[in-house]
Design a protein around this ligand. Structure first.
Ligand code: IPE
Ligand code: IPE
Ligand code: MG
Length: 239
């Protein structure tokens, strides 16, 4: 049974999520910020289940931005370890559910080697899965992604007249990923914060006050209902 009011034939193919508000969730409970990140795990996995329930094919979650290195060293270290252990803890379950795990972002020297190894293991383990692709945007910045694509085009000696939107798209971190139809941001912030800048040109944006650790599949379903009420025009007029 689909959730009330969702048309399964018009479910967004790709949903992006800016998982924000972990720090505030923790502060409201008098806990250290890192406890909020830990509590975000349940939110993420319930959202994955919800996405599977309604047949979303692509889910992309913003886990760590190129700007998040500015945070206190303790918090950054916690986030690196947390993501490493999360991959280890959850990869079999995701694999069993037919989820293909991918990563978008820069693998620079700041990302611990152990985490890179876990990322590669998760990629390999789930590479053949077909039910849904979960892309984890990690050390990801939308501007960095565009810069990296342009660098690659130049390194390939692409002639200027061959640099077009298709050429740039082919050099994005996940070239076969469709643009997100719907992007959700939690915690009452109304900004993009460098998430998927190229890809979200025509995405529908839904903002919610729910803090990420409190987000559940029912909140995902609410966002999908909101999405289904929108009219997408892509710059054209209705005929
Ligand atoms: C989002 O929650 C998680 C990351 C950015 C890694 P925050 O840590 O940004 O939480 P707030 O915005 O401070 O509440
Ligand atoms: C965006 O949240 C990044 C992630 C959710 C990983 P931030 O909390 O870093 O964004 P700002 O600083 O509020 O714009
Ligand atoms: Mg934040």
């Amino acid at each position: 049974m689909p959730p009330e009011g969702i048309e399964l034939t018009r479910v967004p193919a790709h949903v992006g999520v800016v998982m924000d508000g972990n720090g505030r969730w923790a502060r409201r409970r008098g806990l250290p910020r890192t406890e909020g990140h830990g509590a975000g795990e349940e939110a993420l996995f319930d959202t994955v289940e919800g996405a599977l329930d309604i047949g979303i094919r692509w889910l992309t979650v913003y886990a760590f931005s190129t700007e998040n290195w500015k945070r206190p060293a303790d918090e950054v270290r916690y986030l690196m370890r947390f993501n490493e252990s999360l991959l280890l803890r959850r990869r079999d379950e995701l694999n069993d559910r037919g989820v293909r795990i991918r990563f978008a972002g820069r693998r620079d020297w700041r990302v611990p080697r152990r985490l890179v190894r876990r990322m590669d293991e998760a990629l390999d383990l789930t590479a053949k899965n077909k039910t849904m692709t979960l892309t984890i945007a990690f050390n990801y910045g939308g501007r960095a992604e565009i810069v990296d694509a342009v660098r690659q085009l130049i390194a390939d000696r692409t002639p200027a007249n061959r640099v077009d939107e298709r050429a740039i798209r082919r050099h994005l971190y996940v070239p076969d990923m469709p643009d997100p139809d719907l992007v959700i941001r939690t915690s009452g912030e109304y900004r993009i914060s460098n998430f998927l800048l190229w890809e979200l040109a025509y995405s529908e944006l839904v903002f919610t006050d729910v803090l990420w650790p409190d987000f559940r599949r029912t909140d995902l379903f609410d966002a999908v209902r909101e999405y289904q009420r929108r009219e997408r025009r892509y710059g054209a007029v209705d005929t």
